[in-house]
Design a protein around this ligand. Structure first.
Ligand code: FAQ
Length: 325
């Protein structure tokens, strides 16, 4: 539907402009906010960057849940820094989206009333401290696998935001793996917690890359525009190939009885996640969807007096400037 709509919009646009735009993309040019761009390109970017920004913000909730319960002062300081980084990533991304002509308030309202999505992964609960390890290792690991190629994405502000974000994400992934190393080499109870966290986060992490290439609605057009650099399945395979040896190093078992290394290709064969669960989470029926949206709505409502105060101050300043002229 969406892909069709973009095609029909494209057909209304000047074919010469469209061809010149595609030639710039094919030549590896960066597209900047003031450049001409097809409406579908703009809309796809607003959707993807907006969804990405929302994920960074909502993604603070499952980890924020553990800040007060971190086992040591050092772990608490590290987790605080990480969660704060996620807020920063959200801000870089909202700024990138704003250059496309949408305001941050509009994006937020679309998140809060369910018109925009955030990553499915953040609808799963973090039940134990080991989950902080699994989130850093697997969730940030999957995020990096997806985001490193996005540093080369065709839209300049998105690409530059991704370069900054990736630097911080690799620290996030290492801190998660470090927690897993401690837990996996700890007491039998700690190792059991680490295994349990891996069991619960493995398939939801695979889902982060989006539906299979056959089911993906946007991949073809997004790749032609170099908004996306790889298909969902390509990145999922890379993630599995990278992560399984890391699990072996920890002495943990990936919860997939069909996992098998193909010696010839060097790739692992693996079981697909339960896609009906994925689509159900997207519809709002995951274990934490309601809780996450309620938390974001509450934060938005609680912050109203701050926004009103800032706007009143800005209005007053503007009025004084006009009066002085
Ligand atoms: N969750 O046609 P495709 C992070 C939707 S950042 C929810 O394949 P596309 C940092 C998709 O929107 C994690 N929805 O879509 C962190 C579309 O629906 P629509 C976020 C999903 O866009 C770590 C429909 O399914 N990263 O974790 C998901 O070409 C730790 C059809 O799918 C990004 O956003 C999903 N997983 O490919 C923070 C990266 N997958 O809009 C805190 C940038 C698909 O038509 C703690 N985004 N959908 O109604 C992308 O690369 C792409 O948007 C994909 C999806 C790959 C996510």
């Amino acid at each position: 539907m969406y892909a069709q709509m973009i095609k029909s919009e494209a057909s209304r646009e000047d074919p010469e402009k469209l061809a010149a735009f595609q030639a710039r993309i094919d030549a590896g040019d960066k597209i900047e906010p003031k450049d001409w761009m097809p409406l579908g390109y703009r809309k796809t970017l607003i959707r993807q960057i907006g969804q990405h920004a929302h994920s960074e913000i909502v993604g603070q909730l499952p980890e924020g849940n553990w800040i007060t319960r971190a086992p040591t002062l050092e772990r608490k300081a590290i987790l605080l820094a990480k969660v704060q980084d996620e807020a920063g990533h959200g801000l870089y991304l909202y700024c990138a989206a704003e250059t496309l002509g949408v305001t941050r308030d509009e994006l937020t309202e679309m998140l809060l009333d369910g018109r925009m999505k955030y990553s499915s992964i953040f609808n799963y609960p973090t039940l134990t401290w080991a989950d902080m390890g699994a989130v850093g290792w697997l969730v940030d690991g999957a995020a990096i696998m997806n985001q490193v190629p996005l540093q080369r994405t065709s839209f300049g502000p998105y690409s530059r935001a991704m370069i900054r974000i990736c630097k911080e994400e690799s620290f996030h992934q290492r801190q998660g793996y470090d927690i897993m190393m401690k837990m996996a080499a700890g007491t039998p109870a700690q190792k059991k917690m680490a295994q349990d966290a891996l069991n619960r986060f493995w398939y939801p992490s695979l889902m982060m890359f989006g539906p299979s290439d056959k089911e993906s609605v946007h991949s073809e057009q997004s790749m032609a525009w170099k908004i996306k650099m790889n298909t969902n399945d390509e990145l999922r395979q890379k993630f599995v190939d990278q992560t399984v040896p890391q699990a072996h190093y920890l002495g943990l078992t990936v919860p997939d009885e069909h996992l098998k290394l193909d010696e010839e290709t060097g790739h692992y064969a693996f079981s697909q996640p339960d896609w009906s669960e994925f689509f159900d989470v997207l519809k709002g029926n995951g274990p934490c969807n309601r809780e996450r949206l309620a938390a974001r709505n509450k934060a938005w409502d609680d912050g109203k007096w701050v926004r009103d105060g800032l706007l009143a101050h800005a209005d007053k300043k503007a009025a004084r400037k006009v009066a002085a002229e």
